[in-house]
Design a protein around this ligand. Sequence first.
Ligand SMILES: [Zn+2]
Length: 200
Amino acid sequence: MSPADFFANAMRAADADGRLPLSRMASWDVFPFDQASLRVVPLRPPELPEPARIGEDGTACNVCESQRPGIWSDEHWRLSDLGAESGVPLVLMLVPREHYDLPDLPDERAAELGVLQAHIARAIESLPHVARAHVSRWGDGREHLHVFFLARPTGFAQLRGTCLAIWDDLLPPIPAGQRAADAAVVAHALAGSYGGQPAA
Ligand SMILES: [Zn+2]
């Protein structure tokens, strides 16, 4: 399906302003908004070529340039707390130390990524107030591979699933000291089970 065909297909379901109807996810009981107060923004036509991502086509990459040590690292990977504010207990980001996008990862790094994701999820879910570690890679903002881990707090079934990323933005920030303590637990657990170094 070409971009034009994709757009034409979407427009057959849209109103005169190009707005699609609310459906499916908006009726989930984990959806964070009241349907009555919502409308969908108009879908814009395709834009080709797409705008470049950060670090694409040889442009400056802020992941490669970053000197932040992260909460844990080894020879090939770095795990960081996003640092700013999070409404969920932890938001961590795993990046390869070399500049690779996901489809470009050498098999050896890809194999490490698989094992690391399991170990990081295990460490996050070992926190008594965390029920689930959500794992996601989008990669539309920057080229350098970055995999997110979002900790879903225990007892909040309403925060289950894909809407957690939106709830993270809606909820007030977790106190920085609590988040740092949780991040340190994860970093030390990861160093113990997988190897590498927690931040000093
Ligand atoms: Zn990079």
